[in-house]
Design a protein around this ligand. Structure first.
Ligand code: FE2
Length: 299
């Protein structure tokens, strides 16, 4: 991206530059998909995309920060599928959290082992709105997430999805002060995690919304009330209440769907939920999750 484009992109998120914001906003909303179906790209083999399949995925990610691929040939439990697909979309560096397998890809399924079972992703419970890796330090920001479905649940296990740029627009349109409050460096603190009396992960403070050197908007957020400390002032509380309203209200930009075997979601770490689910002997949910430090790109 050229320096001029970076400057233009950054200007859209400058609260002092309403003209730049309005121009970016209008272009964003004009291009935004009207339905979840518009995000879906049928691919023959996610390990070896054709040029047009890859272009179609990149084009949807440019418009909505996410795309869904669907393939009849990719239902097997093979981590090479998400790894190879990620590489074709410029996703190289995996964030290895300590619950991921050694290869950095997490098999999300109802856990039998105790450690994983303490964390909601490894249960059949619902998960509230969040972006992935919100507890990571800035230098390990999760900029992209890939979910690949091996097996679906018997019932439930859907995802709601909202492009974080749309959430930004909805908040700024309500009141730019909400955005200002959520850009504060001390807006959100994830307390240190202790294990056997030693610090497994230090406390992480940071903004909800930030803009990187390329002028790209990043979001860290969780609606979970526990294990999170919000800045205790009127502006932050008002901004969080407004954000919860945005995430709770139906809107034309908020999508909901379930990944079926062989399908997957590629995203620039958009806001998402997971609904609770039930399983049966035929349908034990298994999703491979890969988190990356890069955004999705053609490069
Ligand atoms: Fe997540």
């Amino acid at each position: 991206m050229s320096l001029r484009m970076d400057t233009q992109a950054r200007a859209a998120f400058d609260l002092g530059n309403d003209a730049a914001y309005q121009a970016w906003r209008a272009a964003k909303l004009a291009r935004f998909p009207g339905t979840l179906a518009e995000l879906v790209v049928e691919v023959r083999d996610p390990r070896a995309l054709s040029g047009s399949e890859r272009q179609a995925l990149l084009e949807r990610c440019a418009r909505a920060n996410m795309a869904i691929y669907a393939s009849a040939s990719a239902g097997g439990p093979d981590k090479a599928i998400p790894r190879a697909l990620g590489l074709q979309l410029g996703l190289r560096d995996l964030d290895s959290n300590y619950l991921a397998d050694d290869d950095g890809i997490s098999p999300l399924a109802v856990a039998e082992s105790a450690t994983r079972g303490e964390f909601i992703p490894y249960t059949n419970r619902g998960i509230k709105w969040h972006t992935d890796g919100y507890y990571n330090p800035a230098e390990r920001s999760v900029r992209a997430v890939l979910l690949h479905c091996v097996e679906r649940a018997e019932t439930g296990g859907e995802n709601e999805l909202l492009d974080h740029e749309i959430a930004y627009i909805q908040l700024r349109d309500r009141n730019p002060q909400h955005v200002l409050a959520l850009m504060a460096r001390d807006a959100m603190t994830v307390p240190a995690r202790l294990e056997d009396g030693r610090i497994e992960r230090p406390a992480q403070s940071g903004p909800v919304f930030s803009v990187d050197a390329c002028g790209v908007l990043h979001m860290r957020y969780t609606m979970r009330a526990i294990n999170i400390e919000w800045k205790d002032d009127v502006a932050t509380r008002a901004a969080l209440a407004a954000l919860e309203e945005v995430l709770s209200a139906p809107s034309p930009w908020l999508f909901r769907g379930r990944l079926e075997p062989g399908m997957g979601l590629v995203s620039n770490n958009v806001l998402h939920t997971r609904t609770p689910f039930t399983e049966s002997p035929r349908h034990r949910r298994l999703i491979y999750r890969a988190r990356y430090y890069q955004r999705i790109s053609a490069g």
